[in-house]
Design a protein around this ligand. Structure first.
Ligand code: ADP
Length: 488
């Protein structure tokens, strides 16, 4: 990593428990690879259940003092952490791009996005108001206060190696919780760099603990977090399959749970749309992170009146993409995270073609090899295609033609997921109607990028539970306590 000019201090290469950099007891490690080149970036301790128990114990003990700090004190630390992220934006972006593959400009953007959560929650920490309830009994007075839940176990994915951590940790710490984080095995380096900056920012030892582990150890680390009576809350972002398992495990100790799972977002372009704006929005929404975001457009439904125009303009834009190693100047599309990701895109493309699809561009693994797939647009895809049912998580846009608004809504809602949904329309009545009817947690109208610190991010149906970011995000880390003063 030296050749990239990243300071060694941001690459601790160890786990972080109780403010100390630690190794696995027998020295077991796992490898972190660059998805673009296969290059070995580093080795990280491969922790298991024992170290997880230890980190939980530390977090539980630290909670007893951290919860007593004032919101103002916590805000100061969070703000400092935010400033440090921005001061190290270039280096952190490189770490992120090297382990995730996204273009460096997107990596920089993600560090800014991450810093914004620390900044936002530094402010929100001081607004965890309670309530005074008008009393129905003369001799009683009724109050509601809000308190931190306790230790929060956090499990994060690889597609936003810093952003998903920031969104959880900033809210947890603002609320007064302590945390044990298990970052994704593909991208633990960003998590450890963030821990290093947490230390500099003055986050007390034991408040933020990071336990990296390999994929084979994820199940036991996850189970330990879910079943420990000392952990009060689990926040998970990842696949629906893993989320459902975690939800079951967390039931054993009746934990508060937040889940941000798969999306399979509909992206609808109505006849009333400004087609150029829709093309621009669709490009960002579909291909950011090579389509590997849970809010990526997955089911692209285009009304017949604008179908041909949209298809040709959209495909023309996709053809301009520059595919390559995200560290190289000018690259707009990086690789998939691993071969498993590539196989899924391949399967969806083959299936779309068997279901009547016509390739407008791309359609096969990229000549760069391994994890690279050509940015792909397929038109005339039928409703039966698997891409209409399953999230692709890759650079495939499958364009489905529809006739009526009711038909588009029926297709959009015929899905077990409901995270984000998008549509383009210049008709204000239609905008209200469709936004209200979409079975999703978030709607973008004439906009393809909707995620930010101040909004409640989350879904309905099998896309999850709870909300992250915004003033509502704090609720997931706090309990209400009702206090009745009698004998007044
Ligand atoms: P993906 O298949 O894209 O990696 P996952 O949902 O499996 O999506 O991964 C998201 C996070 O969940 C990662 O940190 C991963 O290590 C973790 N994870 C995977 N399996 C388990 C499990 N059985 N228990 C807890 N965490 C898990």
């Amino acid at each position: 990593m030296e050749k990239y000019g990243i300071p060694q201090s941001l690459l601790p290469g160890k786990a972080y428990i109780n403010g100390t950099w630690v190794s696995e007891k027998t020295g077991k490690t796992f490898k972190v690879l660059n998805p673009a080149t296969g290059e070995l970036l580093g080795e990280v301790p491969d922790l298991g259940a024992a170290e997880t128990e230890e980190a939980i114990g530390v977090a539980y003990k630290t909670f007893q003092t951290w919860k007593e700090t004032t919101a103002k004190e916590r805000a100061k630390i969070l703000r400092k952490w935010s400033e440090l992220l921005m001061a190290n934006q270039e280096h952190l972006a490189k770490i992120l791009t090297l382990e995730n593959g996204k273009p460096l400009t997107e990596g920089k953007g993600e560090i800014g996005f991450s810093a914004s959560f620390f900044d936002w929650y530094a402010e929100e920490a001081r607004r965890t108001y309670g309530d005074v309830v008008p009393t129905p009994a003369q001799n009683k007075r009724l109050v509601v206060i809000r308190q931190p839940v306790g230790v929060a176990g956090l499990i994060t994915p690889w597609n936003f190696p810093a952003g998903m951590i920031a969104r959880k940790v900033a809210a947890a710490l603002a609320a007064g919780c302590t945390t044990v984080l298990k970052p994704a095995e593909d991208t633990p380096l960003s998590a450890l760099a963030m821990a290093q900056l947490a230390e500099v920012a003055g986050v007390p030892a034991g408040v933020f603990n990071v336990i990296p582990c390999s994929r084979p150890n994820a199940a036991s680390v996850g189970k330990t977090l879910c079943e420990s009576p000392l952990v009060a809350k689990i926040s998970f972002t990842g696949s629906s399959a893993t989320g459902k398992l975690i939800l079951k495990q967390a039931a054993s100790t009746v934990k508060k749970v937040s889940m941000e799972l798969g999306g399979n977002a509909p992206f609808i372009v109505f006849n009333s749309a400004n087609v150029d704006a829709a093309v621009k929005g669709a490009i960002l929404c579909k291909y950011r992170g090579s389509g590997q975001t849970c809010v990526s457009a997955n089911r692209m439904l285009i009304q017949e009146g604008v179908y041909d125009e949209f298809c040709s303009k959209f495909a023309a834009e996709v053809k301009k993409f520059v595919v390559g190693d995200g560290m190289q100047e000018g690259v707009t599309q990086g690789p998939l995270i691993n071969e498993r990701g590539l196989e899924k895109v391949k399967r969806h493309v083959e299936d779309a073609l068997q279901n009547g699809g016509k390739v407008l561009c791309g359609g096969k693994p990229h000549s760069l090899g391994r994890t690279f797939f050509e940015p792909t647009v397929i038109s005339e895809v039928s409703n039966k295609a698997v891409v209409l049912q399953e999230e692709t998580f890759g650079p495939l846009a499958a364009l489905v033609k529809f006739n009526t608004e009711a038909e588009a809504i029926a297709i959009a809602n015929n899905c077990r997921h409901g995270l984000a949904g998008y549509f383009y329309s210049q008709d204000i009545s239609q905008a209200w109607r469709v936004a209200e009817q979409m079975e999703v947690g978030m709607v973008g109208i004439n906009e393809g990028l909707i995620s930010m610190d101040v909004i409640p991010f989350g879904g309905v149906k099998e896309s999850g539970l709870g909300r992250e970011g915004s003033k509502y995000g704090l609720d997931d880390y706090m309990e209400m306590k009702y206090i009745c003063f009698g004998g007044i």
